[in-house]
Design a protein around this ligand. Structure first.
Ligand code: NAD
Ligand code: LMR
Length: 341
C-alpha cells in the first residue's frame, strides 16, 4: 500500500506540471536571489499558480518584469522593500521563503543562524499579519532552526497551524534519488528514497532500505552513499568556492515541493513528500518524515516506518544535534515579543 502510494507520488512529483488549473496566489520571499529567481521561473510555469508575487529587499521589479513576459497564465507582480511586504503577502495561499544568506566554504549551516534567524522571524511575523492561513515553505538555512522560529512567531500571533508550516528538505530526496540512480543505472525519475530527520549533516538520514525500486548495496557502498547524501550541500559549497551554495538544484527541489503541495491543495490524492514539520513521531518536536499532503497541508504524517539497523543508529545519533537546533530556534523567540508588538 505504502509503496503504491509512494510510486504514484513519484510520478506526480516528477511530472512537475499538473494539467489542471487553479486560482492560487503564491508568494516567493527572497525572489531576487540565487534560488529565488529560478524557483520563480519554475513556478511561473505551473498552471496551478494564478498570481505569482515576488518579494525581496532588492531587484524584484526587474525580476518580475522579466518573468511577466513568459507566455503562461500566472500574473507576476514584484514588490521591493519592507513597506511593500504586506501587499506582497495579502491573499497568498502558499509562501515559499528562500530569503537569507548562503554558506561559504568552511561554514556550517548553523553558522548562518546569526543572520538568517532574524530575517525568517521578520518574514514569519509579516505572514502572520497578512496571510495567517497560508502554507509556509521554509528553504532558508539552518532549516532545523528556522522552522521552529517561524512556528513560534506564528504561535505568538495565535495563528500557528502545524499542518501548514514546512521545512523544505526535498533537495535531500532529489540528491538521494540521483546518486542511487548513478550507482545502479536506474532512471533517476523512477527512484524514490525517503529522507528523514532534519536538514544538516548527520541529521540528514536517507532511508535507503525503503528505496523504490528496491536496491541492494554492500555495507561499504551503503555507508559511502549515506555520507555523500549527508555532505552533498557541502560538495556544492566547495565547488562554488565562495560563490554560494546550491541554487539551481534547490530551485528544482523547491518547485517540486510547492507543486506537490498545490496539487494536494487542489484535491489530488496520494501526494507524498518528506518535509521537516512539527511532529509527534519520535523524540524530537520537529522531524522530517514522509507526509501525505491534502487540501489543508499535512493530511497524515506517515511516520518513520520500518528502518534498518544502520538507519536506526543514524536516527539515534542525530537526536542531540536536532534537539539543540530546535531549542536554539525556539530560544530566539523568547525575544520575539519585540517583533510581534
Ligand atoms: P542568495 O544570497 O543568492 O539570495 C538570497 C536572497 O534573499 C537575496 O536576493 C537577498 O536580497 C534576499 N533577502 C535577504 N534578506 C531579505 C529579507 N529580509 N527579505 C527578503 N529577502 C531578503 O542566497 P541563495 O543561494 O538563494 O540561498 C538562500 C537561502 O537558502 C540560504 O540560507 C541557503 O543556505 C538556503 N538553502 C537551503 C536549501 C535547502 O535545502 N533547504 C538549499 C540551498 C540553499
Ligand atoms: C544544501 O543542502 O545544498 C543547502 O542546505 C545549502 C548548504 O548550505 O549546503
Amino acid at each position: 500500500m505504502f509503496s503504491r502510494i509512494a510510486r504514484s507520488a513519484v510520478s506526480i512529483a516528477r511530472s512537475f506540471c499538473s494539467s489542471s488549473q487553479s486560482n492560487t496566489k503564491v508568494t516567493v520571499l527572497g525572489a531576487s536571489g540565487g534560488i529565488g529567481q529560478p524557483l520563480s521561473l519554475l513556478l511561473k510555469k505551473s498552471p496551478l499558480v494564478s498570481q505569482l508575487s515576488l518579494y525581496d529587499v532588492v531587484h524584484t521589479l526587474g525580476v518580475a518584469a522579466d518573468l511577466s513576459h513568459i507566455e503562461t497564465r500566472a500574473q507576476v507582480t514584484g514588490y521591493v522593500g519592507p513597506e511593500q511586504l504586506p501587499q506582497a503577502l495579502k491573499g497568498s495561499e502558499v509562501v515559499v521563503i528562500p530569503a537569507g544568506v548562503p554558506r561559504k566554504p568552511g561554514m556550517t549551516r548553523d553558522d548562518l543562524f546569526g543572520t538568517n534567524a532574524s530575517i525568517v522571524a521578520t518574514l514569519a511575523d509579516a505572514c502572520a499579519r497578512n496571510c495567517p492561513e497560508a502554507m509556509i515553505c521554509l528553504i532558508t538555512n539552518p532549516v532545523n532552526s528556522t522552522v521552529p522560529i517561524a512556528s513560534e512567531i506564528l504561535r505568538k500571533h495565535g495563528v500557528y497551524n502545524p499542518k501548514r508550516v514546512f521545512g523544505v528538505t526535498t533537495l535531500d530526496i532529489v540528491r538521494a534519488n540521483t546518486f542511487v540512480a548513478e550507482l545502479t543505472g536506474l532512471n533517476p525519475a523512477h527512484v524514490n528514497v525517503p529522507v528523514v530527520g532534519g536538514h544538516a549533516g548527520k541529521t540528514i538520514i536517507p532511508v535507503l532500505s525503503r528505496c523504490t525500486p528496491k536496491v541492494e548495496f554492500s555495507v561499504d557502498t551503503l555507508t559511502n552513499l549515506t555520507r555523500r547524501i549527508q555532505d552533498a550541500g557541502t560538495e556544492v559549497v566547495k565547488a562554488k568556492a565562495g560563490a554560494g551554495s546550491a541554487t539551481l538544484s534547490m530551485a528544482y527541489a523547491g518547485a517540486r515541493f510547492a507543486v506537490s503541495l498545490l496539487d494536494a491543495m487542489n484535491g489530488k490524492e496520494g501526494v507524498i513528500e518528506c518535509a521537516f514539520v512539527r511532529s509527534e513521531e519520535g523524540e524530537c518536536t520537529y522531524f522530517s518524515t514522509p507526509l501525505l499532503l491534502g487540501r489543508h497541508g499535512v493530511e497524515r504524517n506517515l511516520g518513520l516506518g520500518k528502518l534498518s539497523a544502520l538507519e536506526t543508529k543514524l536516527v539515534a545519533e542525530a537526536l542531540d544535534e536536532l534537539k539543540a537546533s530546535i531549542k536554539k530556534g525556539e530560544g530566539l523567540c523568547e525575544c520575539a515579543n519585540t517583533l510581534t508588538k
